[in-house]
Design a protein around this ligand. Structure first.
Ligand code: ADP
Ligand code: MG
Length: 704
């Protein structure tokens, strides 16, 4: 019985009626579908309600489709040889619209009868003062919905290549009609009764039937809820298993004492009081590093909330216990900046700090590697090549990863799989990420949040201005400069339009110099195409206050800390993403003066761009901005999530389904509490499903 079940869902899709070798190859390449089971899990992405009729007068421009009932008249062929286009008039009691065909109409031309009623289905497109529908589906009206369609008709995603082989949504629908009767009796349940029962989830077999062929909306909703829950439950269960396993198996280094490094810094070098949030996070880290288990902690906090100090103090704990520590950054620029800021924080401490990146000269590299091995370098800062190169440490105790969501679970795991007693790991995210995304991307980590800015910070005031108000903005800049402040003016530089963008930047620079001429004013310019030495020179001038204005591309996004800079003007702000705008804004508001962020844009804006600018004006809260970003762009577009692979969700959407996600996570937690090793007989299905889903993932290889 069991064997037969797996057998039929594992059948190559080629053998399904209507597929064959060519389509099978296409399905595999375009959609990753190779078996019956894969096809079964290719869910519709929306449904069309075929039980509902509209009237012509109800048509609006934004409808994805309409189904109409009426008569067809005035069939006309157009075009020189009368073969390029056919139109017809479709009318009901409320009005008429045009139907249009651009091809394949020859055999249609004589089919319609003026005395008969038809059902027409398609997407209305505004045309002049009315609408038309191109290539509608048409059938004689038989007193019921179109033949072969129930009320809700599934719509499947397709690609150009699939369409060219007849696998548009309808074609895929036909395959499903062949598939379901074959497999429906053999679809195994994947959730235990202990979960489906109390939660009243429909069983998997019923869910699969209804997701492809819903009998009504209520059944469809039940099917969707069940399948979304299942998908998110397994995602969370897998992450939580990782965490559990690590807790059980891994030994952690113990930082038993707080000594001279930490105390010296705390008492002598730290020029400010730590915020409550910073102290709380340090306590959490202290507890972790005393526990005898490896720490895997995510540190989240808005720009400027003071994560770097926390990271530095954590490293000092490691040093006090005779260990080395390291910061890994995703880019060389960031590594360099960490090096600069950590060096300046620890300049009186006597701690040995080094920078190691791809551009470190061979001689220096050799010396650094030697010193890491003999322990004389205590803190090493670099890119993640640090770890992959198998740099050898004398005693590595703590790794801080400043990652901007670039590493997934598996990459992080590499960090500790190489050494006997793994170092503690603190992951810092530079941008706040939505909680649901955090749960998914970092579900295996413990989370600390710095939810408080250092005192005395005035929230940045954000203003949106159209380009036509530029003179007003110049006036404002002048006033701020008179008061001794400095100003950033940032231009987008996007790879696809690099040349144009650079021209915008230099044009902008010239017009600013005209407006703010020497000797009274000084203007710096910095962009990614400049030589590092020139860039550094200009940065330094601005840092020392010798220039009033810094005209730059986004190189400053992750850049310098100039508390005296109080104005950030962002040109073509509509072209930036939300998190990027938020990062840029974080460059100002670092001093005690009121700071401003001015978003310049053209007048005509897309709905999304307008929404982005509105959110920036309304909110300084990085978490809220991140949530909006997720909703506007969808999880797949958030930086780094695509590569992470764990967001290849088939039906759930972590932006839309955050409630189900939280619920699924809670269920997964309860489940593991009850059966941490998933060994109870009634949970066998869970064990089996986890294996299927995460077959080749690290988790299983580690316990086998
Ligand atoms: P993040 O890395 O979270 O963006 P940083 O650690 O770079 O933030 O801190 C931003 C600025 O705030 C730095 O200039 C830092 O010295 C300062 N800072 C950090 N913590 C405090 C604090 N508790 N009180 C005052 N200033 C602080
Ligand atoms: Mg920082």
């Amino acid at each position: 019985m069991n064997r037969e079940r797996t057998h039929i869902l594992d059948t190559p899709v080629e053998f399904l009626k209507g597929v064959g070798p060519k389509r099978a190859e296409l399905l595999r390449r375009e959609l990753g579908i190779s078996s019956f089971g894969d096809l079964l899990e290719f869910y519709p992405f929306r449904y069309v309600d075929r039980s509902k009729y509209y009237t012509v007068s109800q048509i609006r421009g934004d409808m994805p489709y309409v189904q109409l009932r009426g008569r067809i008249s005035g069939i006309t062929l157009h075009g020189k040889p009368r073969t390029s286009r056919m139109t017809a008039t479709f009318s009901d009691d409320t009005g008429s619209i045009d139907l249009v065909w651009f091809r394949g109409f020859k055999w249609l031309k004589d089919k319609f009868r003026e005395d008969k009623e038809y059902v027409v289905f398609g997407k209305p497109v505004p045309f002049g003062r009315s609408y038309n529908i191109a290539h509608p589906e048409i059938e004689p009206y038989e007193g019921k919905a179109m033949a072969g369609t129930t009320g809700l008709q599934p719509v499947y995603n397709s690609t150009e290549k699939l369409k060219s082989k007849g696998l548009d949504s309808r074609g895929t629908g036909k395959l499903m009609k062949n598939l379901l009767p074959l497999v429906s009796e053999h679809i195994p349940e994947t959730l235990p009764k202990g979960i489906t029962g109390p939660l009243k989830l429909v069983d998997r077999q019923e869910a699969m039937q209804s997701i492809h062929f819903p009998s009504d909306n209520a059944m469809l909703q039940k099917a969707r809820a069940r399948l979304k829950f299942e998908e998110l439950f397994y995602l969370q269960l897998n992450l939580m298993r990782h965490r559990l396993l690590r807790r059980e198996k891994s030994h952690g280094l113990v930082f038993s004492k707080i000594g001279d490094c930490f105390n010296g810094f705390y008492q002598e070098s730290l020029s400010f009081e730590l915020t409550k949030a910073q102290k709380r996070v340090l306590k959490e880290i202290r507890r972790d590093t005393l526990s005898g288990k490896q720490m895997n902690r995510l540190l989240q906090g808005d720009v400027g909330s003071g994560k770097t100090v926390v990271a530095v103090m954590s490293m000092l704990m490691a040093l006090d216990n005779g260990f080395q520590a390291s910061i890994m950054a995703p880019t060389e620029i960031l590594a360099f900046q960490h090096f600069e800021s950590v060096s300046s924080m620890l300049k009186d401490s006597g701690v040995e700090i080094a920078l190691l990146t791809g551009s470190t000269k061979p001689a220096d590299r050799k010396r650094i590697l030697d010193c890491l091995k003999n322990g004389s370098i205590q803190i090493i800062i670099g890119t993640h090549a640090l770890i992959e190169d198998m740099v050898l440490f004398e005693r590595l105790g703590l790794v801080v990863i400043d990652e901007q969501h670039r590493f997934g679970v598996a990459q992080r795991a590499k960090l500790w799989s190489k050494s006997h007693t793994p170092p503690h790991v603190l992951v810092m995210t530079a941008t706040p990420i939505p909680r649901t995304l955090a749960m998914t991307l970092y579900g295996d980590l413990d989370v600390s949040v710095i939810d408080e800015l250092p005192p005395g910070r005035k929230p940045v005031k954000t203003i949106h201005q159209y380009d036509s108000n530029r003179l007003k903005v110049f006036g404002f800049m002048r006033k701020q400069i008179e008061e001794g402040r400095q100003v950033y003016v940032v231009y987008p530089l996007i790879q696809e339009s690099e040349k144009l963008d650079l021209k915008d930047l230099t044009d902008g620079y010239e017009s600013i110099v005209r407006e703010f001429p020497p000797p009274r004013y000084n203007v710096s310019i910095v962009h990614g195409k400049m030589k590092p030495a020139d860039k550094d020179y200009e940065m330094q001038r601005f840092l020392r206050g010798e220039t009033n204005i810094m005209v730059a591309t986004t190189v400053i996004e992750v850049g310098i800390d100039v508390p005296n800079a109080s104005v950030m003007v962002i040109e073509s702000a509509e072209r930036f993403g939300l998190s990027q705008l938020h990062q840029l804004r974080g460059r100002v508001g670092r001093g005690s003066e009121q700071s401003y962020c001015i978003l310049m844009s053209k007048y005509e804006l897309s709905a999304d761009a307008r929404k982005r600018l509105e959110v920036m004006v309304q909110s300084n809260d990085g978490f809220r901005i991140a949530e909006t970003d997720l909703r506007l762009r969808g999880p797949g577009d958030i930086q780094g999530t695509r590569q992470s692979g764990i967001l290849d969700l088939k039906i759930a959407d972590i932006a839309q389904d955050s409630q189900i996600l939280k619920f699924a996570r809670a269920q997964a937690r309860d489940f593991l509490e009850d059966d941490p090793h998933i060994e109870k007989p009634e949970n066998r299905v869970v064990r089996k499903r986890l294996r299927e889903l995460f077959r080749d993932k690290l988790f299983w290889s580690r316990i086998s």
